[in-house]
Design a protein around this ligand. Structure first.
Ligand SMILES: [Zn+2]
Length: 523
């Protein structure tokens, strides 16, 4: 792995932590945080878990008006309602990537309890007014919450709408953004969104937790000549008075963290359909000859994934090339690919593209019930990236071996180190920084869990688990406990002791079939 790639990828969130973690143990060890050390010693050892001590499985706390109780993000999300749809309208007054953008959103939701007041997550500017079911409501900001008091309480079980009008959001320069803290990114060509895991509410009012998915419509009002794109399929454009409104609809449920809205001097590049899926990339016109070409030639990746998991979950897919220092990110139906990733040699670039594509099944169509379940996103994406890289002969770009078994042995050799540093794969010790949550033990460690399961139950059963996982939870939300239950059902025996040791062990259990492997080979 070239050092330049290690350095590049070590700053990234979505794909980067996993890659860097597999090949730069010295760097990772130097960053070891005392807060995470010793997490493996707090639980009880059990003969069923091979003597491995477990940390407690993170559990969602009780939901309140201001929080869904995610132990990694105390104030994220809001209880009391379930969002069905967002109708988001954004107006970009000029062709200036740094300008303040004005917006309105209609949130259509169902009350799960009586609501004398309700919260939305929001830390942008404004709004000018809020209406609940068409009637003026009072509102105030409290931290990152917009607290709304309807004129009359919303009854339990009722469908209702909240119109938030005239809010504002200001992009942050793409070269300066600390990804994770801001979602609205200015580039030399326009703006894009990178809100994972918990920053989309800096752009628009929402229930900003992946467990509350909803459909979306978008209306992007931009100066004529600029292009607007968003998740999902086009729903028409209208131009008048020197302005164009670009409309899109995402009819499949989507987590707020996966929203993508990009506007600017962009070109929508249509490619041939794959597997019945419309393919369109979005490229800055300035970069059409470079990025446009680098995104071409990925034919076959959708078929490759579909053959292993099931049909591509959405009617449209593509990549958004962005000239910004960001991680590649699996925004639903339109993955954002920063220019630095596109400039990689074709082998590693295609691995990153495959990783992000795999997220459309794992992380997008199936969303984590809480953020400690993110190993289900990143572990699967890394797993398929590794299988693909081994098959294509490019695995050594990010891993110290050309084959899956050799790469997994290297990952296993760092397992205890990473568990001490970051917590076990399904119990990250912290989400205080992007690196803490999107850590190597979630990426390569998550893929290692899948490898261990395949070793334990055999390839046919493992592949059945994968297919049923996607089939059962597509367009929904699922947890680590759901995964363990499914694996047990498919295997015909209780796999909780086995998988709990892998998912929550403070140290790594023995690897089935490889008694000579050591989990602390490089620690
Ligand atoms: Zn990823």
């Amino acid at each position: 792995m070239p050092l330049t790639v290690a350095v590049l990828l070590s700053v990234a969130s979505c794909t980067g932590s996993g890659h860097a973690g597999a090949a730069s143990s010295v760097t990772a060890a130097a960053r070891a945080t005392p807060s995470a050390a010793g997490t493996g010693s707090s639980g009880a050892a059990s003969p069923d878990t091979g003597g491995v001590r477990l940390v407690p499985a993170p559990a969602m706390g009780p939901a309140t008006t201001a929080s869904l109780g995610d132990p990694l993000f105390a104030g994220l999300g809001n209880g009391g309602y379930d969002v069905q749809r967002y109708d988001l309208r954004l107006t970009y007054p000029k062709t200036d990537p740094r300008q303040t953008v004005r917006g309105s959103v209609t949130v259509t939701a169902r009350a799960t309890t009586a609501l004398p007041r309700l919260d939305l997550d929001f830390s942008g500017g404004g709004p000018a007014s809020v209406l609940v079911d068409g009637r003026a409501a009072t509102f105030r900001h409290r931290g990152a919450e917009l607290v709304v008091s309807p004129a009359t309480p919303v009854p339990a079980g009722a469908a209702f709408t909240v119109d938030v009008r005239g809010f504002t959001a200001k992009p942050v320069a793409g070269s300066a953004v600390e990804q994770g803290g801001a979602a609205f990114v200015a580039t030399p060509d326009g703006t894009a969104l990178a809100g994972q895991p918990a920053a989309m509410h800096t752009v628009f009012p929402c229930n900003d937790h992946p467990s509350d998915k909803a459909t979306f419509t978008f209306a992007l009002d931009v100066p004529a000549g600029w292009t607007g794109v968003a998740n999902g399929v086009p729903a028409g454009t209208t131009t008048s008075g020197g302005r164009t409104v670009w409309r899109y609809r995402e009819d499949r449920p989507m987590a707020t963290e996966l929203v993508q809205v990009a506007v600017g001097n962009l070109q929508v590049v249509r490619r041939p359909d794959e597997q019945g899926v419309q393919i369109r990339d979005v490229v800055p016109r300035r970069l059409l000859s470079s990025a446009g070409a680098e995104l071409a030639g990925q034919d076959g990746q959708i078929a490759w994934m579909a053959a292993r998991v099931g049909p591509f979950p959405f009617p449209v897919y593509g990549r958004l090339a962005a000239d910004a220092q960001l991680a590649a990110l699996e925004t639903q139906t339109l993955t954002i690919m920063p220019r630095s990733y596109l400039a990689l040699p074709s082998g590693p670039r295609n691995q990153v593209l495959l990783h992000e594509l795999a997220h459309q099944w794992f992380g997008d169509a199936v969303s984590p019930a809480q953020w400690s379940d993110v190993w289900l996103n990143e572990g699967h994406a890394t797993w398929y990236e590794m299988l693909y890289g081994a098959e294509q002969g490019s695995l050594r770009s990010f891993f110290p071996a050309p084959d899956l078994e050799g790469a997994m042995r290297a990952v296993y050799g760092q397992s205890d180190l990473f568990r001490r540093q970051f917590g076990p794969p399904a119990a990250p010790a912290s989400a205080d920084s992007l690196r803490a949550l999107f850590n190597p033990d979630v990426y390569t460690g998550g893929a290692l869990v899948l490898y261990a399961l395949r070793q334990e139950i055999g390839t046919p059963a493992f592949e059945q688990v994968v297919r049923e996982w996607f089939g059962d939870h597509r367009d929904g939300v699922a947890s680590t406990a759901d995964y363990v239950a499914l694996a047990s059902q498919v295997a015909g025996r209780d796999l909780r002791p086995f998988l709990d040791a892998w998912l929550y062990g403070g140290t790594a259990p023995p690897m089935p079939g490889h008694p000579d492997w050591r989990p602390d080979a490089s620690g």
